[in-house]
Design a protein around this ligand. Structure first.
Ligand code: G3P
Ligand code: CA
Length: 300
């Protein structure tokens, strides 16, 4: 009997040792400032990134787009119209897409984009904020928090002869952030909705950094095994996890981290506020990290 108990203990220890308790870059339940502290400052501006640091975010998120001259800039949309004054500055440069005027990032050089105001739409006090380059974002955050860049619409840029993954790795390398643990104060994780983008990072660009795959539709345990082939973590929409909390265990059993998006004030469904929502996701459903527009509300 005693030897049976000993065997069970050894076996369970071996299983536990096999399974990373926490995804290496996350040292504890982790707060990721989504587009910076974007509830209180204009998303993807240095003001939003600085506020995220002030609010104690462990990671700051830049979404990445590319300019006509191949520079990585921080912006969520593939177009400039929602978050800048491009319509006023370049009224004649619109493209017509499905009968609607739009101003694609890829049609503008960095110099042109730097003339735009990216803050006034959020409030007069933010007038003068610019669309930052990825380098400017790194300069603001390096040494103070982790960075979790997202390759946005890499296929759009690929068709234009621009290689987002190559440029991303080049910028990270220039900043000595291209290998895991290179700067303990600035862990780097790369995320994408594009499995091809993550695979290209790994295969074509020898990327050793942790990769996280974003999705909005539930994935079976079998599907997660496929994701495990090219990523270290998953990042489902929070609705997926709230509907089927078992996906967290399924992922953890495979050694995949779980990050959810996006917790924001004013959009918390059954929860009384964003702090209650994040508390439920982290403490009860055991996700490892959350993207939030409100890093100041992250439960400590
Ligand atoms: O990257 C996580 C989350 O930001 C995905 O949604 O559309 O805000 O980039 P989106
Ligand atoms: Ca994102």
């Amino acid at each position: 009997m005693r030897s049976l108990v000993a065997l069970l203990l050894v076996t369970s220890f071996a299983v536990a040792a096999d399974k990373p308790a926490v995804f290496a870059p996350y040292t504890k339940p982790t707060c990721i400032a989504h587009r910076g502290a974007s509830a209180d400052a204009p998303e993807h501006t240095l003001a939003a990134y600085e506020l995220a640091l002030k609010h104690g975010a462990e990671f700051v998120e830049p979404d990445l787009q590319m300019t006509k001259d191949g520079v990585l800039v921080c912006l969520h949309d593939t177009t400039l119209d929602r978050t800048t004054n491009v319509k006023e500055v370049f009224p004649d440069r619109a493209k017509e897409v499905s009968g609607k005027k739009t101003w694609p990032v890829a049609e503008f050089t960095l110099k042109e984009i730097q003339t735009l105001d990216a803050g006034a739409w959020k409030g007069k006090e933010f007038a003068g904020q610019k669309v930052p380059t990825f380098q400017e974002m790194i300069d603001t955050v390096k040494g103070k928090a982790g960075i979790i860049p997202e390759t946005k619409a890499p296929e759009v840029y690929g068709k234009l002869g621009l290689n987002m993954e190559k440029e991303l790795m080049a910028v990270l390398k220039a900043n000595k952030l291209d290998t895991p643990g290179a700067d303990p104060k600035t862990p780097v994780v790369i995320q994408s909705f594009s499995a091809d983008s993550l695979k290209a990072l790994r295969k074509d660009h020898a990327c050793k950094l942790p990769l996280v795959y974003l999705f909005s539709v539930d994935q079976s345990a079998d599907k997660l095994k496929g994701i495990k082939e090219f990523a270290e973590g998953i990042a489902p929409n929070k609705a997926v996890v709230l509907k089927r909390p078992g996906i967290v265990t399924d992922a953890h059993d495979l050694g995949l981290s779980v990050t959810v998006w996006t917790c924001r004030s004013g959009s918390t469904g059954e929860f009384k506020d964003v702090k209650a929502e994040m508390t439920h996701l982290l403490k009860e459903l055991k996700v490892d990290a959350v993207f939030t527009d409100n890093p100041d509300q992250f439960p400590k």
